[in-house]
Design a protein around this ligand. Structure first.
Ligand code: ADP
Ligand code: MG
Length: 707
């Protein structure tokens, strides 16, 4: 990838960091070595070209413009203040552990500075009589007002104070703020400041100029409205947010246009197979399923590839829709592929869809990583010869040696579990010059602002209705101490013929420990539930073993299934109506919602018990409360986004994450809409501006989006 080689870049590539170093001391070979180490560290922060540095905007500001008299400062305990005084006591204490304790005083009072780690040089530096300016969080300690590990410097009496706010930059370990500031200042002398948006456009949008905005943010003038600067509401911030949103829109829309320009095979006919399938269904489609199916069918008739995201809450019935889309490809003489993120889910899809379609004469193939070599070869043969009309599997489908004869449609289930490149790989498996139609499915509903930004390159269909006859799952949050009561409840439910999932705690640090816990829990429940069959499923089982366990549960030979999170996605056993999740506080919101979606799939009223171990932190409390109060996937996703931010929320689609650093999708909706409109206009009418804007804001990052 050319973009990774900085020398191939068109922008001037004077290294801002070397310049910053050289302006100091003469470069010895040792200094040069550490400069290149520093460059590496900076590159890790995404800082390579001058413009990267210029757009590395402060993460926050510190107010060092005023000195607070110590007496007044003491009244503001808990806040960050700057004080200045002369050292009146300084010594090393050993209780409770070795520390340097320095007292400084001014006319109004005194403050203790406490250093738990310190160098000998600091001890010398902070000698009696020396004047110190210290900045930190003031607390009320044993000796009165104190600061632990304050920032400080030695000053002369009357040393000038900064007149403006001091920017603080996001920096990695070993990258001092001063160095970053200098590098940014150097870069600012060299970049091309030309505004990518004309004065007329800016006026129409009510935005201020690029250069003025950047300069304000790096070097806030003394009279700036500090509040709006700190809160990211200043017009300078608005311009930056708008610019990055515009870059994101341009880039996604352009990627979409590029993909559209590659042809796809039109799949117009919904023939015999589709019709037979619909006739054979034991139920009729919901209105929402009908609606999204119509949207998908219309897309498939086009000669450019469908790029559609199908969203629907857990249990809303996406699988049928996927199968119907597949029949349309098959009716047209093409192959369809369905990729799922786990073996359990892929297998379940396979069984279900094969059971629907094989009686109608459709030839299916099954491909996962755990197949024996012979089986894989056989599957590959079926796929390559075109004999297999529908192929279902896991990541194994995107291996190089899997060649399709005539791939017309790719369906990706739980798309957020896959990386962008994995989806891309599957999309590349059509014949040369053609791209297959793509249907991506997700049970994590995406809030509207997110859909408008990160998924601006996809068409979105939503199944916003559950099949009839479902009763909402009742959720209770219960202290782990009451586990015995919960076990009795499980016992009673099982005796009434209900089936139960018991989900073991997530132990991120250790898979072994997680496995151990699952095994222990299984033994404990088997002993505590006489007369009840208890199964155990976890990620370490061989696929055949896993399937045997699942089969026992599906056919009600076991009533209680102890499981790790392998059951998170897609598992469908309608008779299961009670779920217990241990240490629910360790799970994320969407994960809890997915897990809970395993019950409430049949007609029986279902219950989900979230056991937690107190004391709970703030977000954990909010997560559990959200689960108790809502069954609505959209509402839960909105809350999840609020608690985690878009980067984590979107997971694998990191591509977008790097693109939005400043805009806040909760509060900047109005900017999103403006950016979207301008992007459409520019793509139609002004390719030069598009190119300039993308180069400035995305440089080499855009590669990620060529999906
Ligand atoms: P998800 O959207 O979570 O993938 P599934 O496709 O697994 O949901 O469907 C959940 C359950 O609802 C399945 O048992 C499926 O057979 C059933 N189902 C799907 N559509 C309908 C419908 N229109 N009427 C009744 N049941 C349906
Ligand atoms: Mg599903």
């Amino acid at each position: 990838m050319a973009a990774e080689d900085p020398s191939a870049s068109t922008e001037t590539h004077a290294s801002p960091i070397k310049a910053a170093r050289q302006s100091g001391k003469k470069t010895s070979s040792k200094a040069a070595g550490s400069a290149s180490k520093t460059s590496e560290k900076l590159a890790r922060l995404g800082l390579r070209k001058d413009m990267d540095f210029v757009l590395h905007l402060p993460m926050r500001y510190e107010d060092e413009t005023a000195i607070i008299p110590m007496h007044d400062a003491a009244l503001r305990g808990g806040s960050t203040v700057q004080v200045e005084g002369v050292v009146t006591a300084s010594d090393v204490q050993y209780r409770p552990r070795r520390q340097l304790v320095v007292t400084i005083s001014d006319d109004s009072g005194q403050v203790v500075l406490r250093f738990l780690n310190f160098y000998g040089s600091q001890l010398k530096q902070l000698a009696m009589g020396v004047r110190v300016r210290a900045r930190g969080e003031l607390r009320h300690g044993f000796l009165g007002a104190e600061m632990v590990h304050p920032g400080y410097k030695i000053v002369n009496e009357g040393a000038p104070l900064p007149t403006a706010l001091t920017p603080v930059y996001h920096s990695g370990e070993g990258v001092p703020q001063a160095l970053l500031r200098k590098a940014i200042a150097n870069a600012m002398t060299r970049v091309n400041w030309r505004d990518t948006l004309s004065p007329a456009r800016l006026a129409a949008l009510g935005l201020q100029g690029f250069e003025a905005s950047v300069r304000t943010l790096h070097n806030p003038p003394p009279d700036v409205d500090q509040y709006s600067l700190m809160e990211h509401e200043h017009p300078a911030w608005e311009r930056m947010k708008f610019d990055e949103l515009l870059a994101q829109q341009l880039s996604l829309k352009r990627a979409q246009i590029t993909r559209r320009s590659k042809g796809a095979n039109a799949l117009p006919v919904t023939g015999e197979l589709s019709n037979a399938f619909l006739l054979n269904l034991p139920f009729s489609l919901t209105g929402a399923q009908e609606k999204v199916l119509a949207e998908i069918r219309a897309d498939l008739r086009e000669t450019f590839p469908m790029q559609r995201l199908l969203q629907g809450d857990v249990g809303s019935g996406k699988t049928i829709v996927a199968a119907l889309a597949a029949t349309q490809a098959i009716d047209n003489g093409f192959q369809a592929a369905l990729m799922a993120p786990t073996e359990i889910l892929a297998e379940q899809h396979f069984r279900k869809i094969a059971a629907w379609l094989e009686p109608l004469g459709v030839k299916t193939a099954w491909l996962t990583g755990s197949l024996r070599k012979k089986e894989k070869e056989a599957a590959n043969l079926l796929i390559a010869s075109g004999e297999a009309q529908l192929v279902i599997g896991t990541h194994a489908l995107i291996q190089d040696n899997v060649l399709f004869k005539k791939l017309g449609l790719v369906i990706v289930d739980e798309q957020h579990r896959f990386g962008v490149s994995q989806r891309l790989n599957l999309a590349n498996k059509a014949e040369a010059g053609k791209v297959p139609h793509q249907l991506m499915m997700s049970a994590t509903p995406i809030p509207r602002t997110l859909a408008m930004t990160y998924f601006a390159d996809l068409e979105v269909s939503v199944i916003d209705e559950l099949p009839p006859g479902r009763t909402p799952v009742v959720t209770r949050v219960i202290d782990q101490n009451r586990r015995d009561e919960v076990i009795s409840r499980v016992h009673a439910a099982a005796q009434e013929g209900k089936q139960v999932y018991w989900v073991c705690p997530l132990i991120e640090e250790s898979e072994t420990l997680q496995l151990q816990t699952a095994t222990d829990t299984h033994a404990m429940l088997a002993a505590a539930l006489p007369g009840i069959q208890v199964g155990l499923v976890h990620g370490r089982l061989k696929p055949a073993e896993k399937q045997a366990v699942m089969d026992d549960f599906i056919h009600n030979r076991t009533q209680v299934l102890v499981a790790t999170t392998v059951i998170e996605v897609g598992v469908d056993v309608p008779n299961a109506s009670l779920m217990v999740i241990e240490h629910a506080e360790r799970f994320g919101l969407s994960q809890l919602h997915q897990l809970r979606g395993r019950v409430g799939r049949g007609a029986a009223a279902s219950v989900c018990l979230l056991l937690y171990q107190g004391p709970l932190g703030g977000t954990a409390k909010q997560r559990l409360a959200t689960m108790r109060e809502s069954n609505d996937g959209f509402e839960i996703a909105r809350k999840d986004l609020e608690l985690r931010g878009p980067g984590e929320f979107l997971g694998a689609r990191q591509s977008g994450e790097a693109m939005l650093r400043f805009a806040n999708l909760e509060t900047d909706q109005w900017l999103v809409e403006k950016a979207r409109n301008l992007a459409a206009d520019l793509l139609k009418n002004d390719p030069l501006t598009v190119a300039a804007h993308l180069e400035r804001w995305l440089g080499n990052k855009e590669e990620f989006l060529r999906v």
